[in-house]
Ligand binder design. Structure first.
Ligand SMILES: Cc1cc2nc3c(=O)[nH]c(=O)nc-3n(C[C@H](O)[C@H](O)[C@H](O)COP(=O)(O)OP(=O)(O)OC[C@H]3O[C@@H](n4cnc5c(N)ncnc54)[C@H](O)[C@@H]3O)c2cc1C
Ligand SMILES: *[C@@H]1O[C@H](CO)[C@@H](O)[C@H](O)[C@H]1NC(C)=O
Length: 299
């Protein structure tokens, strides 16, 4: 700081220049604190070290009739999640009979966000983990472990990407849209094609519409619903071969298609994965349109 005060003393009009110098200092401090948040292992809740950590539920609220937004506190207020886009974590609870229930979930919060980690989770009838989650009260804890990197995004990795999702399958696709639009250096064009049962089932529509509005030349969002209301301005019906043929870039190294949704969506669009580590061949509509393994990633 002695350098700054010396510099300030030598200028003729310190009253005018002081605020400018002060702002510069804040900028430098902010930059370094962001860097240390990323590089200091101790400030990450998820270190990839195979340890379960108990996180406290701060709040949850409804997004649709069967889906909630959950906000958990990181271990310490200054912690970031430790996730990279696109990654998931494992959640675990132990049943009264002593068996472990473990399921993967994909955070939707910013990777640099401190103090909280957020999820969008759907409740399945009789679903073990989702029922447990929906019964959690404020300040209850749940064990988590991770992260598991699903696809490590690099800025400008492709000229354009197409994201095809259904229901809660939006979560890793949302991570990609968020990560790309928050980086002014990332010029990747994004087309999100997002299917749901009805307009009121569309998850995080407000956020998605904002990304599209703020980045008009970069981000396009197309909604498909099975059942529409009278004033619906999106598409109605399933995502068809004709539609994808007209919208998708031709198969090439410069573009990529990311798919995430329930099993019927995979079946129709890309084929299912064989296992978490085996993508399997591309089948379905994308195969009919000439896309193969190298053009498609199934989350
Ligand atoms: C990598 C990865 C990331 C995931 N991220 C998320 C996420 O961000 N948000 C989220 O809500 N879910 C996510 N899931 C799904 C999640 O892990 C669980 O599968 C889901 O919450 C159901 O678990 P459960 O214990 O409640 O149901 P279970 O007890 O496992 O299943 C009960 C019944 O629910 C039905 N069911 C379960 N899963 C599905 C499904 N996917 N489609 C249709 N029916 C089903 C079946 O009828 C099943 O018999 C992710 C899955 C993977 C593999
Ligand atoms: C949760 O914890 C906070 C802080 O410790 C407290 O203020 C709040 O009342 C608690 N909420 C419930 C429902 O117990």
């Amino acid at each position: 700081m002695s350098f700054l005060s010396k510099a300030a003393r030598t200028v003729s009009s310190p009253r005018v220049l002081y605020p400018f110098l002060a702002l510069g200092t804040v900028g430098v401090a902010y930059h370094f604190s962001t860097m240390s948040a990323i590089y200091n292992e101790n400030s990450k809740t998820f270190k990839g070290d195979d340890k379960w950590v108990d996180l406290k539920l701060i709040k949850s609220y409804d997004l649709s009739s069967n889906t909630k937004h959950f906000v958990f506190a990181t271990e310490s207020d200054d912690d970031v999640s430790g996730l990279q886009t696109a990654s998931c974590v494992l959640a675990k609870f132990v049943t009264p009979k002593g068996s472990n229930v473990i399921r993967p979930y994909t955070p939707v919060s910013d990777t640099e966000q401190k103090g909280t980690i957020e999820f969008v989770i759907k409740k399945y009838e009789g679903g073990k983990m989702s029922s447990h989650l929906f019964n959690l009260k404020e300040n209850d804890t749940l064990s988590f472990k991770g992260p598991i990197v699903k696809w490590k995004w690099e800025p400008n990795q492709f000229k354009e990407i197409t994201l095809i999702g259904g229901g809660t399958g939006i979560t890793p696709l949302y991570q990609l849209v968020h990560e790309i639009t928050k980086n002014p250096q990332d010029n990747t064009k994004v087309h999100l094609i997002y299917g749901n049962l009805s307009p009121k089932d569309i998850l995080m529509k407000k956020e998605l519409d904002e990304y599209a509005a703020k980045h008009k030349d970069q981000v396009k969002v197309t909604y498909f619903v099975d059942k529409a209301e009278s004033n619906w301005d999106g598409k109605t019906g399933y995502i068809t071969k004709e539609y994808l043929e007209s919208e998708l870039p031709k198969p090439s190294k410069e573009s990529k298609i990311f798919v995430c949704g329930p099993p019927p969506l995979y079946n129709a669009i890309s084929g299912n994965k064989v296992s978490p580590t085996d993508q399997g061949e591309v089948t379905g509509i994308l195969a009919d349109l000439g896309f193969t393994k190298e053009h498609v990633f199934k989350f």
